[in-house]
Design a protein around this ligand. Structure first.
Ligand SMILES: [Zn+2]
Length: 287
């Protein structure tokens, strides 16, 4: 996967007195990002202002360490998947707005990581990289979108989003959460779920409640995205309980495998199965 260090390039452009979107016109590596950069309003001035803020300065050291290690981290992910991943990984200032997301368009993925996201550290960024790249691998596995009846390169962003069912969402987020845990087992589970200690305690103590809530949701309107909200399961429940639940449910499939490398390989194979393979998320079983 191609890595673009937009963070350092915008920083240098600011120091060199460049303006607006000039780096996206003068730097050949940044030229393909020009359209995205305008949509995301990542011009030189806004970057300079953000990078000088106390919040960004507090993250500068962990961002620097991550930048140093990013190629090795991506290599470790690709080695686990046994292939070089398609697309571009953009390492960017976070503007306190995003930590990471994968954007699909016509067979290509652009993964954007906000490497100075407030409160993040090297472990957090490693887990996040593995998580987002797990989505990329799954989306490019031939079986996953075969039901759309055409090659991925011809599938538009709109078609892709429309085809992202509740089941696909749960499978994809569950696998991504599990994958980062298996790839970096030395990083505590709470980090792989992007929770603080209190949020982690809540999900651990309320697993049955979360389970019943999601089964009920799948049998009702299946709006599993509503679990991005706080207090969706019960008052005080944290965001993203659907990730926690999906990861825990999917972990049953590989629970009996003890050897860590075999376990990882089995998880990679699960990435290649279409959503219809995972009857765990059909909603029919209330057990
Ligand atoms: Zn995800």
């Amino acid at each position: 996967m191609r890595i673009i260090n937009l963070y350092s390039k915008l920083q240098a452009a600011g120091e060199a007195g460049q303006k607006g979107y000039a780096p996206y016109e003068t730097d050949p590596e940044l030229r393909p990002l020009a359209r995205h950069a305008r949509n995301w309003e990542m011009d030189v001035e806004s970057a300079r202002e953000w990078l000088a803020s106390p919040e960004a300065l507090a993250q500068r050291e962990s961002a620097r360490r991550y930048l140093e290690q990013a190629p090795a981290i991506v290599h470790r992910v690709e080695a686990a998947f046994g292939r070089e991943l398609p697309g571009t990984l953009i390492l960017a200032p976070s503007y306190d707005e995003f930590d990471g997301f994968a954007r699909y368009e016509l067979g290509e993925h652009t993964v954007l990581l906000g490497i100075d996201y407030p409160g993040s550290d090297l472990d957090y960024l490693k887990a996040l990289t593995a998580h987002e790249l797990s989505h990329v691998y799954r989306d490019h596995a031939p079986e996953v979108w075969r039901h759309l009846g055409k090659p991925l390169s011809e599938i538009s962003r709109r078609e892709y989003l429309d085809a992202s069912s509740a089941q696909e969402h749960l499978v994809s987020e569950g696998l991504a959460t599990l994958f980062s845990q298996l790839l970096f087992p030395e990083i505590p589970p709470v980090v792989h779920h992007y929770y603080d200690e209190a949020e982690w305690r809540w999900v651990e103590q309320n697993h049955d409640l979360i389970h019943r809530s999601l089964i009920e949701c799948l049998n009702d309107d299946a709006n599993v995205w509503s679990y991005y909200s706080d207090s969706r399961v019960a008052p005080g429940s944290p965001s993203r309980t659907q990730y926690y639940w999906a990861a825990r449910v999917l972990s049953e499939r590989i629970a009996s495998i003890e050897d860590p490398s075999k376990k990882l390989r089995a998880l990679v194979e699960l990435h290649e199965r279409p959503a219809s393979h995972f009857n765990e998320f059909s909603g029919r079983s209330g057990s």
